[in-house]
Design a protein around this ligand. Structure first.
Ligand SMILES: O=C(O)CCC(=O)C(=O)O
Ligand SMILES: [Fe+2]
Length: 362
């Protein structure tokens, strides 16, 4: 169903467009905002079940602690659970992941503090190029977006070289600790995923040069929206890396495309949501596909999500694993591209489904 665009009162739009980089937060907090400026009116693709998605409580749950179990049966069960989760969903919850609750909370507190800085303070971290190591802004890529998304963001490259905004105080320590813990989790998961593909446990780690993996921490802020049915927080897209690790502040909004429908994923306290990205699809030769997801907005509460994208090293040219390719039924379906080139292409374009992958599909 296509949503109908509504035009907001002129005075509001005129004021807002003078501030090129004004955040949605500032817009939402401006007094008497009862409708959204027309630049935020998002039209869903025709036939898209936009309004009443199903809940699905059958999203796979992986107990990470079992991957280091000394009991071989338990271990092989969790490896086959991982295979099923990656193949059938491309999304799963991870429990017993080893990242302390206190670290997760500290990261949320820091990012809330960051978004609460003044517009002027935040402008210091705006960045100029899509690959700048620290970049905050609004929408996805405001210089090319035709429709703006109801979202402010901060993106920080945290590995192999660690970057951090200098405000709020203490951000750097919290972020270094959190992103290190997430890297450890990712490398553990990739071991299990390697095995689940019939590869040596260390295969992905070595081939993708995970010692220097490109890791980007993104915080998304979705303020309450007066017309949530007309706006979109983040449009349908897949993630570029190998695995994305997401946590949310207890407010729902994420929807995953599964079985031809948009499925609402309710946050589970202290669990991470993990999804497989485009580069896992490429290296597994399409066995584990990256999956479309989107973030919708609401009119009641601010939603914050923190996603950490974990890719290969920037210079790795990713191609399908040799063992998963043969000259007959399993031909290589993707050509190689340097990860950083792929990333630059995706980040500088309009965010649009899985269009990044189309560029490397044979
Ligand atoms: O806010 C969300 O739940 C989705 C975030 C997301 O998809 C992303 O950061 O890539
Ligand atoms: Fe995403």
């Amino acid at each position: 169903m296509a949503t109908v665009c509504e035009v907001a009162p002129h005075h509001q739009e005129a004021n807002f467009s003078q501030l090129k980089t004004a955040s949605v937060k500032a817009l939402a907090e401006s007094s008497n905002l009862t409708s959204i400026p027309s630049r935020y009116a998002f039209t869903c693709a025709s036939g898209d079940p936009a309004v009443h998605p199903d809940h699905d409580d059958s999203i796979p749950v992986i107990d990470f602690s079992l991957l280091s179990s000394s009991n071989p049966d338990r271990r092989s069960r969790v490896v086959s659970d991982l295979a099923k989760a990656c193949r059938d969903w491309g999304f799963f919850m991870v429990i017993n992941h080893g990242v302390p609750e206190s670290q997760m909370k500290a990261m949320f507190d820091m990012l809330t503090g960051f978004f609460d800085l003044t517009e002027e303070e935040k402008r210091e971290f705006e960045g100029k190029h899509v690959l700048d190591p620290i970049r905050c802004g609004t929408s996805f890529n405001a210089s090319v977006d035709k429709v703006f998304f109801w979202r402010d963001f901060l993106k920080v490259r945290v590995h192999p070289k660690f970057h951090s905004p200098t405000k709020p105080e203490g951000f750097s320590d919290v972020s270094a600790e959190y992103s290190g813990a997430v890297r450890k989790l990712v490398r553990g998961l990739l071991k299990g995923i390697s095995e689940s593909l019939g590869l040596e446990p260390g295969y992905i780690d070595e081939e993708m040069n995970m010692e220097s993996s490109l890791q980007i921490l993104t915080a998304n802020l979705y303020p309450p929206c007066p017309q949530p049915e007309l706006a979109m927080g983040m449009p349908p897209h897949s993630d570029h890396g190998l695995l994305t690790i997401l946590m949310q502040n207890g407010i729902g909004g994420l929807q995953v495309h599964h079985g031809g429908k948009w499925v609402k994923i309710d946050p589970i306290p202290n669990a991470f949501l993990v999804n497989t990205g485009d580069h896992l699809e490429i290296m597994s030769n399409g066995k584990y596909k990256s999956v479309l997801h989107r973030a919708v907005v609401n009119n009641k509460a601010t939603r914050i999500s923190i996603s950490v994208s974990n890719g290969p090293s920037a210079d790795t040219v990713v191609i399908p694993a040799e063992q998963l390719v043969d000259g007959k039924n399993n031909r290589a379906m993707y050509i190689g591209m340097k990860y950083k080139d792929y990333l630059e292409l995706q980040q500088s374009s309009v965010l649009d489904g899985k269009s990044g992958l189309d560029r490397v599909k044979k």
